[in-house]
Structure formats: C-alpha cells, structure tokens
Ligand binder design. Structure first.
Ligand SMILES: [Fe+2]
Ligand SMILES: [Fe+2]
Length: 306
C-alpha cells in the first residue's frame, strides 16, 4: 500500500473517501482492505482508473456498488465540508479586500460553490437513495440510472473561470503573491479532483448500477415465475380446478369445458375466478407454465400439440 501511495500521492484523498485509515505499516493493499472492511477489487479498480485511465468492461459485475456508493458519499462530504470552505478561506486571505476584482472573484467562487453544492445534493437526494433501495432489492418503477446519466453535467466550468481570471488579470505583489499561487495550486488540484469524481460516477458507478438493475429485473422475473409455479394464494387448488386448468390450457372454451366435465357454464366461470384468485395468474401462458410445473399436463405432449 505504501508503494502505491508513494508513487501516486494524489491517492491520499481517495483513501479517506474509501474509509481507509493511515498507519497500516508495510501491509499490502489486499491486507489493508481486508482489515478495514473495504472491497479491494473496487478499490483497485478506482485506483487503476484514476491513475492509469483503465476502464473495466461494462459487464464487470465484480465492482461493489455499495463500496462505490460509500466512496462517492464520503467524497461529497470531503469536497463540500472541507475543500470548498478551505479554498474560500485561502482565497479571501490572499486577495486584497479593497480590490474590486477580488470581490468579483470571491463572488464567482461562491457561485461556483453553490452550483457544485446543488449538483452534489441532487445526487444525494435522488441517485444515492435510489441505489440504496436497489441494494435492498427494491427497484423504483419511475427511475433508472440512465435518467441520471443523461442529465449528469460537468461542474468544473466556473472553477476554471476563477482560476483563469486570477492568472490573467489579478495584479500580484509580495507575500500575497505566494499565498495566491498556493491557492491557485489548490484550485488546480480540486478541479482535477472534481473531474475525477465525475468520471468515477460516469465510467464506474453508472455501469455498476446498470448491472445491478439488470440483476434485479432478472430476479423479479424469476420470482414471478416461481409465484406461478407455486400457489401464491396459499389455498389448495381443488381437483376440479385442476381439471379446468387442463381444459383451459388445451384451448377449450367455457362451453366446451362445461360439456366435457358435465357442469354448468356458471360453475366453470366460478372455478376460473377461484383459480385466478388462488394462483394470481391472469394469462393462458402463465396457466400453462403452472400446469407443466405441477405435472397436470405432459410438457412433451403439449409441445407437440402446439
Ligand atoms: Fe457526485
Ligand atoms: Fe456528479
């Protein structure tokens, strides 16, 4: 781990967001992650992406959405609660309060801080709770990650502007010049950090959520099929109802069923209503699956007939 950080000291910010504490001695990345409860595969994927630009396959389902979510949330806190106010303070200290241009720069910075705060809070109010629900197996019907991705914008615009104005137009003198240069370094660093943050969201987080959505959809279909196969109402399907199901699956009308079983059409209708209530199956295809799964009809014979 120490080699990784020594070679890429920018990773220090990322360590905190992953919840990795310093003081890990000579332990390997794997050991540190295991000890501190961090998914090492996801950690290394993020590191590899940020340092080497390595982009995993869109189908990489080993990336932990939970770990990435925690990382992004902590990154937001780091940026909103620590970095933005810290730069504001440094900027204020390094600018001449009597200079009109300085006031404008501070105002531009505040606008920028506001924009970025709105951007991050939007994610915290919409995307993050959506992902938390997904992780609990609950998929909201009117939202998906593509809606988020379509509207996810670049937030570095005004930061860029603040930096350019300082470099191009602000007269520097003496000590203030050093302070301002130092603040500029911070602004550059944070612009890069923010760009990386946004890229992690787009390139790693969004595809990982997409995979989770697909898995849940698949599980949902499986659950529905399992409900069809197993009686969801819990009430027993009577022998007569089973006979009706077989007739229905064979394509018989109510009248044909009535004649075939020597009962009235009204009785057939009542049985059908009870079957729907007990099984919660409303389609012939669903009834067919139920009949095959419960050996009411022979699948081979049925396939030949159809
Ligand atoms: Fe974000
Ligand atoms: Fe974002």
């Amino acid at each position: 781990m120490i080699d990784l950080i020594s070679d890429n000291y920018s990773m220090l910010q990322g360590l905190g967001a992953f919840g990795i504490r310093l003081g890990f001695g000579d332990k390997t990345v794997e050991e540190v992650c295991r000890e501190q409860g961090v998914d090492s595969y996801t950690f290394l994927t993020v590191v590899n992406f940020l340092i080497n630009g390595y982009v995993p396959k869109e189908t990489d389902d080993k990336i932990s959405v939970r770990t990435l979510l925690g990382y992004l949330k902590a990154s937001h806190r780091y940026f909103l609660d620590f970095q933005l106010p810290a730069i504001r303070k440094k900027l204020e200290e390094s600018l001449n309060p009597n200079d009109n241009l300085a006031t404008l720069i501070l105002r531009l910075y505040d606008e920028y801080a506001h924009d970025i705060s709105v951007h991050m809070k939007y994610e915290e109010k919409t995307l993050f709770p959506y992902v938390e629900a997904l992780l609990m197996g609950d998929q909201k019907p009117n939202y998906n990650v593509d809606i988020f991705s379509k509207h996810h914008s670049d937030t570095t615009g005004k930061f860029h502007e603040v930096k350019n104005i300082i470099i191009k137009y602000l007269p520097h003198d003496g000590l203030a010049n050093n302070q301002l240069t130092d603040t500029l370094y911070d602004i550059y660093n944070n612009e890069e950090w923010l760009c990386n943050h946004s890229n992690v969201e787009e390139v790693l987080f969004v595809p990982a959520i997409r995979i989770l959505e697909k898995q849940l959809k698949h599980d949902d279909v499986s659950a529905r099929i399992s409900n069809i196969i197993n009686n969801v109402d819990g009430s027993e399907i009577s022998e007569r109802e089973k006979e009706i199901i077989v007739c229905l699956v064979q394509g018989m009308s109510n009248k044909e069923i009535a004649n075939h079983l020597f009962i009235s059409i009204n009785t057939v209708i009542t049985h059908r209503r009870n079957i729907v209530r007990k099984l919660q199956i409303h389609s012939l295809a669903g009834l067919t699956i139920y009949a095959i799964a419960n050996n009411l009809i022979d699948q081979k014979l049925f396939t030949q007939q159809n």
